[in-house]
Ligand binder design. Structure first.
Ligand code: FES
Length: 209
């Protein structure tokens, strides 16, 4: 049986919303990784190895992530429930910038869309580690990382760094908080997660179920 393969606009970095179909899930994660890498170029150190484990392939399985190899500023992408999950090690400069950012739609993540440990300014358990679903909350495209000073004309000269969705221009800071008056209605989703050790993150379970 021939399985139709969806087209991919790598230049735009877009991907449709995920579906339960396994072929489509794998494609979505790959598209996200390529979108990030293609757009970021040298500026985005993307950890290449995100091949899902056999355990992760099972629907709903939690995913263990070794965060010890992620350097400051890097993003590691893992698959969870068919979605790309970003695990990003934030630099001290990024964290400082989060405190100074204004113009956000929901700076403290009050909307009921994420675990309680994400209802703070950095939207994470550990300030230095962002864990977020890498899918735009507007129509499901794949945002890309843009550093401060990016020449991308879609962000202004005062851009302090964050994520940019090339489909309709939504912008997010390095906590995944959406800027006001953008198409995306809410911050990037934070999946349930917990730390098993200093270097091991578990995505998909937080002990509250
Ligand atoms: S899908 Fe991201 S802004 Fe529309």
């Amino acid at each position: 049986m021939t399985v139709p393969v969806p087209t991919l606009d790598i230049a735009a970095g877009c991907a449709p919303a995920p579906s339960p179909d396994s072929e489509r899930r794998a494609w979505l994660v790959a598209a996200t990784a390529m979108g990030c890498a293609a757009t970021a170029g040298v500026a985005v150190p993307l950890v290449a190895s995100f091949t899902p484990s056999e355990r992760a392939k099972a629907q709903g399985a939690s995913v263990e992530v070794d965060i010890g190899s992620i350097q400051p500023g890097e993003i590691k992408v893992v698959e969870w429930r068919g979605q790309p999950v970003w695990v990003m090690r934030r630099t001290p400069e990024m964290l400082a910038q989060l405190e100074a950012t204004d113009g956000l739609a929901d700076p403290q993540s009050r909307a009921a869309q994420q675990p309680p440990y994400a209802t703070n300014g950095h939207r994470s358990i550990r300030p230095d580690v962002l864990v977020a679903v890498g899918i735009c909350t507007h129509l499901g495209c794949s945002p890309v990382k843009l550093e401060q000073g990016s020449p991308n004309p879609s962000v202004g000269s005062d851009w302090k760094g964050g994520f940019f969705c090339p489909c309709h221009g939504s912008t997010f800071d390095f906590a995944g908080r959406v800027f006001a008056n953008k198409p995306a209605p809410s911050n990037l989703l934070v999946p349930p997660h917990q730390y098993l050790s200093e270097q091991t993150l578990l995505v998909g379970e937080d002990g509250t179920a």
